[in-house]
Each structure stands twice: as C-alpha cells, then as structure tokens.
Write a protein that binds this ligand. Structure first.
Ligand code: SAM
Length: 214
C-alpha cells in the first residue's frame, strides 16, 4: 500500500503526539477480556503498535499468551515491525503479509483465535467491502472468541484530519453496529479509553464484539 510505504515516519510522529500507543496499552491493562493462554491475532498490525501494547499489558498482568500473530498488507510497515522485534529481542510474535480481504492466503493454522484486535486499519477497506472484511475476521475467531476494533469516528474533526488527510473511510457508531450485525457478530458493545486517555475518544470508537451469543 503506497500511502503507508511513503508515510511511515509521519504516521508514527502523528500517533505518538496523541499518546495513541500508551492509550491502547492502558485500555488493555484495564480490559476484563484478557486472560492467560490467549491466541491473539492483530489484523493490519502495521509497525506493531497494537500487538506490542497488548503484549505489554498481558505481561504486566502476568497473563502469558499462547500465540501472538499479526498481518499487514504493506511490506514496509512489516519491515519496520520486524526491526523493532529484532531491536528489542522479542521472539514470540509472528508476522506475515496478507490482505484482510483475502484471508485464505494466511497459513492454515492461523484461525480459532480467542482474541482478534485491529486498530486504524479497516478505514482503508472500501466502504462496500467493510462487512466482507468483518465476516472474514469473524470466520477466524474461535466460537467463544472476541474481536476488539479501534476505528476512527465519523465526526466534524476527523473528517479533515483522518478521512481527507489519510484518505480513510470513517463511521458513526450506528453504522458500525449495523455492519457488525450484518457480519454475524453478537453482543456488540462500545468500550472506553481509560480516563487519562479520554482525548482518544474524540478520535475513535472501540467496538467489542463476540463471535457467538454465549
Ligand atoms: C494507520 S496504519 C495502522 C497500523 C496499526 N494497526 C496501528 O494501529 O498503528 C494502517 C495499516 O493498515 C494496513 N492495511 C491497509 N489496508 C489493508 C488490508 N486490506 N489488509 C491488511 N492491512 C491493510 C496498512 O498497510 C497500514 O499498515
């Protein structure tokens, strides 16, 4: 994806200036969804901000995961992620190149996840393929698995800042709920960023959805 090949540096400066990596980590540190032995997938992992925030939260809470895997479309983002993994001597995260709209290219054991996370990525799927992308993600979940999505809000501030500048599709909570239901998700709720990161709520929704009603 050309946008992210050319703009990795600006993306990282942009998100760091809003405390995005720290906000994601604080959300996971407080989340009741985490437990030991999780099989986790980060969809559109990019340079690894979400995977690393989740790994740090799991480690802080003494909840070692069973697997941590991620994929992204852009080789340059994955290369930056692999550089970080090497630099920090992290060897328990596996990454691959793949398109969220063509998940059949993932290795066959990459399924039955307890937790799938995705942040700031589904904005880049064409609006008319959004439900297809959600369906594909749902199909990779264990029957009791959950999907946590961080995605830009459609509001007056994000329209110029994200939708236009980053050429992204953005959604209201009603549109998201509708799309998740069409994709077959159950128990769709909206999470919150912890108090000291409440400013991130101006940017994004946190959708927490279960694969099945149980
Ligand atoms: C804004 S970055 C977010 C990266 C990371 N999730 C984060 O929160 O920092 C968007 C990422 O989505 C990836 N992406 C866009 N379209 C994709 C697709 N169809 N399949 C997989 N990844 C995609 C881009 O390559 C880019 O790395």
């Amino acid at each position: 994806m050309q946008l992210y090949t050319e703009r990795i540096g600006s993306y990282l400066r942009f998100v760091r200036c809003f405390g995005y990596p720290q906000g994601l980590r604080a959300y996971f540190e407080a989340s009741p969804i985490l437990r030991p032995g999780l099989r986790v997938l980060d969809v559109g992992c990019g340079t690894g901000i979400v995977t690393l925030a989740l790994r740090a939260a799991l480690s802080k809470r003494g909840l070692p995961p069973r697997t941590l895997q991620g994929f992204d479309l852009t080789p340059a983002m994955l290369e930056a992620f692999r550089d970080t993994l090497r630099a920090q001597a992290i060897d328990d995260i596996e990454v691959r190149q793949a398109d969220v709209l063509q998940l059949e290219s993932l290795p066959s054991p990459w399924r039955e996840y307890d937790l799938i996370v995705s942040a700031s990525m589904l904005e880049y799927v064409p609006r008319d393929r959004f439900v297809d992308a959600l369906r594909g993600i749902r199909a990779r979940l264990h029957e009791n698995g959950r999907f946590v999505l961080f995605i830009t809000r459609r509001n007056i501030l994000m329209q110029p800042l994200i939708a236009r500048w980053w050429d992204a599709n953005i959604y209201t909570s009603t549109e998201l709920e509708d799309a998740f239901r069409h994709a077959g998700f159950q128990n769709i709720t909206f999470g919150r960023f912890p108090l000291r990161f409440l400013h991130l709520a101006v940017w994004g929704h946190i959708v927490e959805a279960r694969n099945s009603p149980s």
